[in-house]
Design a protein around this ligand. Structure first.
Ligand SMILES: N[C@@H](CCC(=O)N[C@@H](CS)C(=O)NCC(=O)O)C(=O)O
Length: 209
């Protein structure tokens, strides 16, 4: 049997997508959560190829970069898209999601307490334009599929990634943010109601991020 170990911090962040893929596929893995002190020691071992987390170890072999890890696991467990074309659509959305995150980062960094700044001002000038643009793209994909999924007629890992981010936004920023894209709120709620995902959300460690 293949052994999987996921090392990340004690938060959802960039580690959560792999945890949800494991949860959906009902696969066993070690959910290794490090404190900042433990991370400093781990980093010094040089085991993380790019000196960052998350890190996935498959039978002891390391793989870094959360999207590469998610793509690998999704392919292993059959939620990467039913055809090569669907897989490419999933990858396209995932790359676009990274662009959204880069644009939103100045606001998110302040809002989550990593840097100092005027969160209200950044919300108006940086975050809202990024949200409107990129959630518009996500909404277009969802409407094009017409099946409640971002791509095709079944769940892929991009649904898990987007649904968790939307759930975090709904909890943190409120429902008003989704007034022009209510279908994205429904998408998040529907994906997170999938029995394996719902079960994981109920039992996962509680964290602020
Ligand atoms: N593009 C990378 C980003 C990884 C990243 O930014 N990791 C942060 C935590 S979310 C980290 O390891 N921070 C600790 C450090 O850099 O020492 C991914 O998606 O995996």
């Amino acid at each position: 049997m293949v052994s999987y170990k996921l090392t990340y911090f004690d938060g959802r962040g960039a580690g959560e997508i792999c945890r949800q893929i494991f949860a959906f596929a009902e696969k066993k893995y070690e959910d290794n959560r490090l404190s900042d002190e433990e991370w400093a020691k781990f980093k010094a071992t040089g085991k993380a190829p790019y000196n960052q987390l998350p890190l996935l170890e498959v039978d002891g072999k390391p793989l870094a970069q959360s999207h590469a890890m998610a793509r690998y696991l999704a392919r292993e467990f059959g939620i990467n898209g039913k055809t090569h074309w669907e897989e490419a659509q999933v990858n396209s959305l995932a790359d676009q999601f990274k662009d959204y995150y880069s644009e939103a980062r100045p606001y998110l960094a302040v809002k989550l307490g990593y840097t100092e700044g005027d969160a209200d001002e950044l919300y108006k000038t940086v975050y809202l334009p990024a949200f409107k643009k990129h959630y518009g793209f996500l909404s277009n994909a969802l409407k094009a599929s017409g099946k409640g999924f971002m791509v095709g007629d079944s769940l892929t890992w991009i649904d898990l990634l987007v649904a968790q981010h939307s759930a975090d936004l709904l909890a943190r920023e409120g429902e008003g943010l989704f007034k022009d894209v209510p279908e994205m709120k429904t998408h998040s709620q529907d994906i997170q109601a999938i029995p394996q995902i719902k079960k994981w959300i109920e039992k996962r460690p509680v964290s602020d991020w």
